[in-house]
Design a protein around this ligand. Sequence first.
Ligand code: GTP
Length: 356
Amino acid sequence: MEAILLVGGQGTRLRPLTLNTPKPLLPTAGVPFLAHQLARARSFGVRRIVFATSYRASMFAEAFGDGSAFGLSLEYMTEETPLGTGGAIRNAAQALTCGPDAPVLVLNGDILSGHDITEQVALHVSRGAALTLHLTEVDDPTRFGCVPTDEDGRVTAFLEKTPNPVTNRINAGCYVFTRSAIDAIPAGQVVSVERETFPGMIDAGELVLGYADRSYWLDVGTPAAFVQGSCDLVLGRMPSGALPGPCGEFLALPEARVSPRAKISGGTVVGPRAVVGADAVVRGSVLDADCVIESGATVAGSVVGAGARVSSGAVLRDAVIGDRAVIGAGNELLAGARVWPGVTLPPRAVRFSSDV
Ligand code: GTP
C-alpha cells in the first residue's frame, strides 16, 4: 500500500525548537520523530511513502534519502508555497502509482499512534468507503476536529476546533482515502481537509467512516506533548521499532557522559556527547546533542537544545531551551518558559534574608 505523509507545517507551537528543524525531524527518543512513524507504517505493510513537504523541505531527503535503509521507497513532493493539508495531499498524490479505486493511507507527521492501521484499512475496503478517519477520545476535544458518528460508524459531521464539541471523539490524524477522493480535491490551491474536504464530502453524501479505538495516541504539537511522547517511547508505553537501543528509566545516546551521582529518570533522553554532572536531577526530559547539565542543576519536563548549557543550581520545569543558550546559575524557568537559541541568561544571585 502507498501512503502520503504530511510534513510541511511550520510547527509554530514548538518554537524555538522548530526554527531550524521541522517538527517531524526533531530528535525524539534518539531518532528523528518520523523514524517512529516510518517503522510503524512499514510494520503494517506500507512500502511506498510520498512526503508532502514545504517548510525546510530539503531536510527530509537529507534525513531519509530514498528510504532503502528503512525498507521503504520514499518520494518527496514539495509545495512552492504551503497548500494547506488538502492541497498538500492533492499535490503529493501526483507521485502515487496506484489506481483510482485503491486505498491510500494519509498520515499527519506529528502523531504517535498505536492503532491498528490494517484494521482501519480493512474497514474502509469492506464498506466501500470514500474516506475512513481514525478517531480517538480525549478529555478536551476543543483543540481538535470533533467527529460524531451514527450507530453504523458513519461520520455525520466534522466540526474543526469547535468551542462546543458534541462528542469527545476527535480526528486522530490518520486517514484512508480512496484514491479517486484525493483526485477530487482541487489542484494547485490552498485547501484544508479539516475545514473544506471532510465537511464537503459529508455534505455531498459520500461514505465517510470513523474507525474509533482506544490505543495509545498523542499529538506531539506542543512542547509538553513533545516531551511526553519522547518519554513514553523510552519507557515503552508506546512501542517503536525505531528506538536506537535498549532503554530503561532513561536512554543515553553514544558518547553521552552521565555522572554516577546524577539522578536521571522518567524516560529522559541524554543526547549524543551530552554531559550530566554530579547531583544533577533530570526527570522526564529531552537533552539534545552536546548540551551540558552542570552539577546540582534540576531539569524536569523540559527540552534542552543542542549545545545548550544549564548551570549549577539552575532549575527548569516545563521549559524549552533553544540550541546553544546558556542558563546561568540560580535561574528558575517554569511553566512553559522558552529561551531562544544562543541567548545567555546571566547568573542570578540567590538572596538570603540577611542580604536585604
Ligand atoms: P503548528 O504551526 O504548531 O500548528 O504546527 P503545524 O504547522 O504542524 O500544523 P498542524 O499541526 O495543524 O498540521 C498537521 C499536519 O499537517 C502536520 O503534520 C503538518 O506538517 C502538516 N501540514 C500543515 N500544513 C501543511 C501544508 O501547508 N503543507 C504540507 N505539506 N503539510 C502541512
